[in-house]
Design a protein around this ligand. Structure first.
Ligand SMILES: O=P(O)(O)OC[C@@]1(O)O[C@H](CO)[C@@H](O)[C@@H]1O
Ligand SMILES: [Mg+2]
Ligand SMILES: [Mg+2]
Length: 280
């Protein structure tokens, strides 16, 4: 049966690859670094140019579609998900890595209809790995099927997480206590690629059993959430309930056993939702 969103997904893959070329090219230039929510929440002109490249190309082909883009939201646009076809864009996930030429930098494009992610594309630009997933049709890396790890023993797991860009001492204390709880289970190891999107693709690839974080945004995880679930994984809120991509919290794991074991160790806290009303 013809897929009504196939042309949109094909475009997402093509523009993600073109964006990746822009990112690789920019690595040869000096990168002017600006900051957003904190001194370590970085953005560059390349982030902004890549987002504009993606959005303009979509507007030309699909003029009725809507957008949630990290840098558009940073510039004051709203972050409300409607039932309309919506492109959820992180032009560079891993900007700090990009600034330092640390080799994990992703272009992340999620596509939502009726508030459900229909396809996800994560292009790991420096590894030249194109991760894709279409709802109900599996997850792939450069065309090869992805399958999560079969591990059910947390003590034999690698768990991915990030410290985030908040340096609020209370939040950092929660993050460190959760990290200590999980590390001392013990688990085989804790890792972080420096990008939620690639961390989630590592779970989908079976390289890590789980990824969790409090502090992410919808654009960090929209595409990766479908790639994980289409690779056979599960998604939860850090409190064990249903995942809410606007809540700034996520657990992505190979199975529910591992996911629920991690939930037990997380000292959760709440942050202002991505779709909270804009401050007047
Ligand atoms: O700002 P960026 O580069 O798009 O986000 C980078 C990032 O690593 O920071 C967040 C907090 O650690 C991660 O979830 C996210 O992937
Ligand atoms: Mg990001
Ligand atoms: Mg980004």
């Amino acid at each position: 049966m013809a897929d009504v969103w196939q042309s949109s997904m094909d475009h997402a893959v093509a523009v993600a690859r073109k964006a990746g070329e822009m990112v690789r090219g920019a690595l040869k230039d000096d990168r002017t670094v600006m900051t957003k929510s904190s001194a370590v929440d970085l953005v560059t002109q390349t982030d902004q140019k890549v987002e504009q490249l993606i959005i303009q190309s979509v507007k030309e082909k699909f003029p009725t579609h809507r957008f949630i883009g990290e840098e558009s939201v940073a510039a004051g646009e709203s972050c409300n998900l409607t039932d309309d076809p919506t492109w959820i864009i992180d032009p560079i996930d891993g900007t700090t890595n990009f600034v330092h030429a640390f080799p994990f930098v992703a272009v992340s494009i999620g596509f939502s209809v009726n508030k459900q992610v229909e396809f996800g594309v994560v292009y790991s630009c420096l590894e030249d790995k194109m991760f894709t997933a279409r709802r109900g049709r599996g997850a792939f890396c450069n065309g090869e099927p992805l399958q999560v790890s079969e591990q059910t023993d947390i003590h034999q797991a690698i768990v991915a997480t990030e410290f985030g860009s908040s340096r609020d001492p209370t939040a950092v204390d929660h993050i460190f206590r959760s990290l200590r709880n999980i590390l001392c289970l013990p688990v085989h190891g804790v890792r972080g690629a420096g990008t939620a999107a690639i961390n989630m693709c590592l779970v989908a690839s079976g390289c890590a059993e789980a990824y969790y974080e409090i502090g992410i945004h919808v654009w960090d995880v929209a595409a990766g959430s479908l790639i994980v679930s289409e690779a056979g994984g599960v998604l939860l809120d850090v409190d064990g309930g249903d995942v809410d991509l606007m809540s700034r919290r996520i657990v992505a794991a190979n199975n529910r056993t591992i996911a629920e074991r991690i939930v037990k160790e997380i000292e959760s806290f709440t942050l202002q939702r991505d779709d909270a009303p804009l401050q007047s």
